[in-house]
Structure formats: structure tokens, C-alpha cells
Design a binder for this molecule. Structure first.
Ligand SMILES: *[C@@H]1O[C@H](CO)[C@@H](O)[C@H](O)[C@H]1NC(C)=O
Ligand SMILES: *[C@@H]1O[C@H](CO)[C@@H](O)[C@H](O)[C@H]1NC(C)=O
Ligand SMILES: *[C@@H]1O[C@H](CO)[C@@H](O)[C@H](O)[C@H]1NC(C)=O
Length: 516
């Protein structure tokens, strides 16, 4: 409904160039033609539920609101980790229980920890829930463990049946799991044993069997049209693109979206080439970003890369927003998931050091947006620590929306259309000389949202014009001293609007789509 005709687009482009002649180089324009329709913004429920389940109920509720409610991040995607049993995983926090007992026999009283937060996500209306597995249940893997082994050829049907049964169980309870991802980072076994986390190597040549197994099992339950299969969660874009040929052509129609991680922290050129190759070889297949964490670097995105180190500052938060912008603006992808959301990797002890959570250190990890004390079990410190990245991600969670799915509709009655064609908000390219990789425009039927980063220390401003009616509403800003604070909206200037961009900040300017 927001898609303009070609003639309107041309008109907007001509109109824009005239403005440049009048205003000089300080203007940019929001395009009349939408790019992608967004699908989701989210993160994963691994492995923090194991700890946070032990926190007081008031804190568990607070955390659930911080993650899932619009007053918090307002995530539209949550990835529930179907545990593999944690056999031979040395870190108990990373060893989720499995429901699997034996073929067709399940114990659904297990994994209370993960299930608690899955139900919170569902109750609080997160519209897209993926069930993902790092490994098959230990009994099905080559080594009889939850890591340091691989998928056993010939078990695709058994594994698929198990996943479909688990999903059917939760859907029967009203939890709208609408995606399943059967192999998270199949490029590694995460050995040697004892391992730091669960994992199962699935050779590229075995991946089609896994997908066929899951698809057949979903079909047998009448779920193939309402639960989409995501694959293959390769840890890097490089692996993803290189390995598609070995499995994807065999199961192309059974995969709802190609999901990848970006632990190679691709350059713009590498990302663009992955997208164009994938579009050329597998036309019509959407690609999604489904996992990333753990980078230092600068507010403009330079210096990014896989690394330890904890940095709670606005600098790291803006580095992160540059990653999200790369996937949304440069790669035109529709979905973005961060990794674990909640972490105990502060790298310091908050009870012994008052500045622990607010100061960068090299011992921790940037793998969460909310942190907790890893020693809570002994010192009873149940505080939650919110990193600046949380407030930056809230801009995306609150303003890049997936269409709301009415909860009254029984999951089994939701047509396939709601998975693939739901009317989420859309990206609008920003065109003109000041268009840059730090500013993104989003529209829905009634509102424009302009998410604008200023990665430099000096204040600046951007004058923006719209292709149709727009009237400034308000703004929200996250900076070194501000956490999503509400501010007055943009100021009119002639036919455009002036967006003040404070140094080292992310501001979202909101416009009602009407004349003032
Ligand atoms: C962006 O992706 C959408 C599908 O999500 C597609 O229709 C559109 O053509 C793409 N635009 C560009 C510039 O690649
Ligand atoms: C799991 O641990 C046991 C005991 O250390 C060991 O014998 C076995 O080989 C391990 N399994 C795998 C797959 O590494
Ligand atoms: C939730 O936790 C955050 C972070 O610790 C805190 O600022 C906030 O006051 C808490 N809210 C409630 C309702 O407890």
C-alpha cells in the first residue's frame, strides 16, 4: 500500500535534485520508494536463562520486560535454544537440558529455565519466535555427546521428528514458534571434550538431509506451512556463501530464509558480494542476520572484529549500530538478531568495584546488552547492569517493527502468508549528498522514523525532505549522558526539516505522516 508507482518515484528524484540546487550540499531526501519490509529485530535465549531463572521473581519479570516489552527493547524476534542435554559440556550454564528421552518419548518438565523466558517472550507478544538447536540430543550424535561430534547420516528423520514434536508441544500451549533452525554453526563441533559449549558439526553434504528430515516431520504434523525452516547459521558470510552449493539446491523450496552469522565482520565489499552472489544463484531467497557479538572498535564501525573485551560505552554501542546498519542499509536484509542478549561476562566483580559495570576492561566480553554478576549464587547480588548498547538497540527494537500478529488467531490457523508477507515497517532509502551509512529511514502507514547516528565528537545537523506529508512529532536520543531520552522533534526549515545530531549519539526523529 505504500509502494509508489514508477512515475511518483521519478517525480521525487527530480524534486530532490532541484532542492540540491537551492540548498547546497546539506540536504538529503527520504525516497518515495520503499526498499525491504522488515521482519524482525531480536536476540537469543542462550545461555543466561540457566542463571537468571535462579533470580528473584521480581527481577525475572523486570528482565523479561526489559527484553520483550515495548517499554524495554521491544524485541520482535526471540530465539529459544532447544537444549541438547549438555553432555560433555564443562560449563553448566551452557548445558541446557534436552526434552529427548528416547524416540517419541519426551520429558517436558525439563529445561524449566529456558521455558520460563520462552513463555515470557510469548506472553509479552514477541511476534516471531525461532526454536534453534546447537546440537541434536546427545543420544543422536556421533559421539553420544552434546559437542565434539557430528550429525550421523541417516538420523535426519529421527532428529526432525524430535524437533517437530517439541515445536508442536509448545505451539499447542499457544507459544507461536514460527521458525525452526536445526543447526546453529554447523561448521564446528565445538570440541575438544570437555567443551565450552554445545555444538554439532554437520558437513555441508549432510545439511540437506537435516532439512529434509525437519520438513517431513513438520509436514506430517500439518506444520510445514506455519513453521519456516532457517538454515544454515554458518558462523561467517564466507562459509555460508562457499557451502550453499553443497546443500541448498537440493532443499531450496524447504528453506524459509537463509540465516547467517557475521563473525568474519565482513567489509562492505564482502557483504555486498555475498548478497549479490546469493541473489543471483538462489533468486527469491531472503538472507537474514541471525547472530553476532563480541567486538571492540570505534563509533564509526572502524576497528571492528572478533575480540574479547568489555566496553559499556556509547562508542561501542555506536559500533554495534553500524553493524545493524550494514545489514539493513547496505545489504538490504530484513531481519537482525544479536547473540545472547544477557551475559555474565563483565570481566570484573561489581561488588568489589563500584565502577565495574560502567568501565571498559579487557577481561570481559561484549556478548550481552544486559549483564549480571557471575558470582550471584554465592554473593546473592541479583542486580542487572544495562550497557549503552541496550539503549541503542532499543531504537531498533522500538522503531523497526514487524507487523503485529493477532494472538487470538490459533497458531495452527495462521496462514503461510503471515510468515512471508506480513506488513512490517519498511526501509526508505535516503538519497542525496548527505545520505550515509549512519542514517536509516523507516516508514509504516502512519509514521516516519529517522534513525541517525553521529559517530563524530562534534555536533552536526542534517536537513531532510520527505516525498509526502510529514510533521515532526518527537525524538529519542542515546548519547554518553542520555539513555533514549525524549526530546522535541525536528525543526522545520523551508520545505525540509533540520535534525540536530549531537556528537557521538544515536537520535531517532519521529514524524507523523500528515501535514502539520
Ligand atoms: C531489497 O529487498 C527487497 C526484498 O526484501 C527487494 O524487493 C528490493 O528490491 C531490494 N532492494 C535492493 C536495493 O536490493
Ligand atoms: C565425553 O566424555 C567422556 C568422558 O570424558 C569421553 O570418554 C568421551 O569420549 C567424550 N565424548 C566425546 C564425543 O568427546
Ligand atoms: C529493572 O532493572 C533495571 C536495571 O537494574 C533498573 O534500573 C530498574 O529500576 C528495574 N525495574 C524494576 C521495575 O525493578
Amino acid at each position: 500500500m505504500l509502494i509508489s508507482s514508477g512515475r511518483n518515484t521519478c517525480f521525487a528524484l527530480i524534486f530532490t535534485s532541484i532542492l540540491f540546487l537551492i540548498d547546497g550540499a546539506t540536504s538529503a531526501s527520504v525516497s518515495a520508494t520503499p526498499a525491504q519490509t522488515f521482519h524482525g529485530v531480536g536476540g537469543s535465549g542462550a545461555w543466561w536463562p540457566m542463571d537468571l531463572y535462579n533470580f528473584p521473581e521480581a527481577t525475572r519479570q523486570n528482565l523479561s520486560a526489559l527484553l520483550f516489552s515495548p517499554s524495554g527493547l521491544g524485541l520482535s524476534s526471540y530465539r529459544y535454544n532447544i537444549g541438547g542435554g549438555g553432555v560433555n559440556v564443562s560449563n553448566p550454564v551452557r548445558a541446557p537440558e534436552t526434552f529427548y528421552v528416547s524416540p517419541g518419548v519426551y520429558d517436558f518438565s525439563r529445561d524449566k529455565q529456558g521455558v520460563y523466558f520462552l513463555l515470557e517472550a510469548s506472553k509479552r507478544g514477541v511476534p516471531s519466535i525461532t526454536a534453534f538447536a546447537n546440537t541434536a540430543p546427545a543420544k543422536l550424535t556421533s559421539g553420544g555427546a552434546s559437542c565434539n561430534g557430528g550429525f550421523v547420516s541417516g538420523t535426519g528423520s529421527a532428529y526432525g521428528t524430535y524437533l517437530a514434536d517439541v515445536i508442536a508441544h509448545f505451539r499447542g500451549q499457544g507459544v507461536n514458534i514460527n521458525y525452526v533452525s536445526p543447526m546453529n554453526e554447523p561448521d564446528s563441533s565445538f570440541g575438544p571434550s570437555p567443551c565450552g559449549q554445545e555444538g554439532m558439526q554437520v558437513q555441508p553434504s549432510q545439511r540437506a538431509e537435516v532439512i529434509n528430515g525437519v520438513y517431513s516431520a513438520l509436514s506430517a504434523k500439518g506444520l510445514a506451512s506455519s513453521v519456516g525452516i532457517l538454515a544454515d547459521e554458518s558462523s561467517s558470510l564466507g562459509n555460508a556463501g562457499n557451502e550453499y552449493a553443497a546443500w541448498l539446491p537440493q532443499v531450496q523450496d524447504k528453506v524459509a530464509a537463509l540465516v547467517h552469522h557475521t563473525y568474519d565482520f565482513p567489509s562492505d565489499a564482502s557483504y555486498t558480494s555475498y548478497i549479490s552472489n546469493t541473489n543471483r544463484l538462489y533468486p527469491g531467497k531472503l538472507t537474514w542476520m541471525s547472530e553476532i557479538c563480541c567486538s571492540l572498535g570505534n563509533a564509526d564501525g572502524s576497528g571492528k572484529g572478533w575480540s574479547g573485551g568489555y566496553d559499556p560505552s556509547i562508542k561501542n554501542a555506536l559500533m554495534f549500530s553500524s553493524l545493524v546498519f550494514q545489514s539493513f542499509i547496505l545489504a538490504n536484509e530484513t531481519h537482525y538478531d544479536f547473540w545472547t542478549l544477557v551475559s555474565n561476562q563483565l570481566g570484573c566483580s561489581p561488588l568489589n568495584n563500584a565502577a565495574c559495570a560502567t568501565t571498559a576492561n579487557s577481561n570481559g566480553w561484549n556478548d550481552g546488552v544486559i549483564y549480571y554478576d557471575g558470582s550471584y549464587a554465592t554473593n546473592k547480588n541479583y542486580q542487572l547492569f544495562i550497557k549503552k548498547q541496550f539503549w541503542v538497540y532499543k531504537h531498533f527494537g522500538n522503531f523497526v517493527k514487524r507487523a503485529y500478529q493477532p494472538p487470538t488467531l490459533l497458531p495452527s490457523l495462521q496462514p503461510r502468508m503471515t510468515i512471508f508477507c506480513s506488513a512490517g515497517s519498511q526501509r526508505r532509502p535516503i538519497i542525496g549528498s548527505d545520505a550515509n551509512k549512519f542514517t536509516m529511514a523507516v516508514s509504516d502507514a502512519s509514521t516516519y522514523y529517522i534513525l541517525a547516528t553521529n559517530p563524530n565528537s562534534g555536533d552536526t545537523s542534517l536537513t531532510l525532505t520527505f516525498p509526502d506529508a510529514a510533521c515532526a512529532n518527537r525524538a529519542h536520543r542515546t548519547s554518553a549522558s542520555e539513555d533514549f531520552v525524549q526530546l522535541a522533534g525536528a525543526v522545520r526549515s523551508g520545505t525540509g526539516w533540520v535534525l540536530a545530531l549531537k556528537g557521538t549519539s544515536l537520535t531517532t526523529y519521529i514524524f507523523d505522516r500528515r501535514n502539520c
